[in-house]
Design a protein around this ligand. Sequence first.
Ligand code: NAP
Length: 303
Amino acid sequence: MSLQSVLIIGASGYIGRPVAQEFLSQKSKFARVAILSDVSKVEKFAEIAKSGMEIVVGSFLEPDSFKGFTTIICMLGNHAMKYQPEIIDAAISAGVTNFYPSEFGSDISQGAYLSNRYFRDKQITREHLAKVAENHKGFGYTLMITGSFAEYAANPVFGIDPEEGTFDFFGPKEKKEPFTGILDVAKYVVASVLMLESKNQSETPCRTFRIPTAVYSWEEVIQTLSRVQGKKYTCTYHPNSEAHKLAQKYASEGDVDKELGYALKAMIGDPNEEGVPKPWDHDKFPDIHPESLETSLRRYFGK
Ligand SMILES: NC(=O)c1ccc[n+]([C@@H]2O[C@H](COP(=O)([O-])OP(=O)(O)OC[C@H]3O[C@@H](n4cnc5c(N)ncnc54)[C@H](OP(=O)(O)O)[C@@H]3O)[C@@H](O)[C@H]2O)c1
């Protein structure tokens, strides 16, 4: 099979930047690698364009933007990921044969993830992909299930304030979370696209890669952060139900960001839920040797 032509959407985002860099560093293995940019945002990509990345200027809602590409990597954030069903339709009509939806987190095919508000647009996108794949022979999609980003262990989203040295969590300290460093996520994405070259047409249209590096209890996460930063943390553990109540309160006030934030905190703290159940798929990537949480955090803090 011929080499893949890859178009990246959301390349200026948190996970988009390292993924775009990794594609650039392995560019010779692809027929084409490019970033899709809205005309108003091209300047954001001036530096990576100088390093050799192709920039396609256009809208992700127009089939013309996707012409000549086989694979789309979509890394839109919370607000824009709702456009994915339209993006997928535009991509398919332009001849795209594989789509990576903006997943990059927990396995949302199970447990309370199926109904939690935070994952609604990801669920709608998955449903759409399954439906269109039935009607378009030769079209497939890939779900990258990474667990949490290791660098997000230092992010307020999870209740951690690395400056103040505080941790505010809606669940028990024994609750476990799977993590992958973002540089490793980028390597897995690129390696999984390269595997498409040997994909058997009779395979199911959906490929799923579960690739967290390891799971850690939140107590271990805080101990690791504390060691890396050389800082003592003050931890407050709230009942999980409080996060659900706060998500409902902000939903009724129309504050979508806070509603989503607390829906996510409720999910992460829920002692009955597991982010990425095993089996995992590391054996499919023998050349990738992922970082531990501590190594990722040391890199993040420059220690
Ligand atoms: N597992 C984890 O711990 C974790 C953590 C974070 C994110 N994630 C997941 O990773 C994925 C990407 O999230 P992120 O945090 O990397 O996103 P992000 O930093 O918010 O970046 C989103 C990207 O989408 C682009 N974008 C947003 N609105 C757009 C629009 N209307 N038109 C065109 N482009 C638009 C942004 O470009 P502009 O800035 O130019 O608008 C940016 O490049 C999501 O699925 C998210 O759930 C997982």
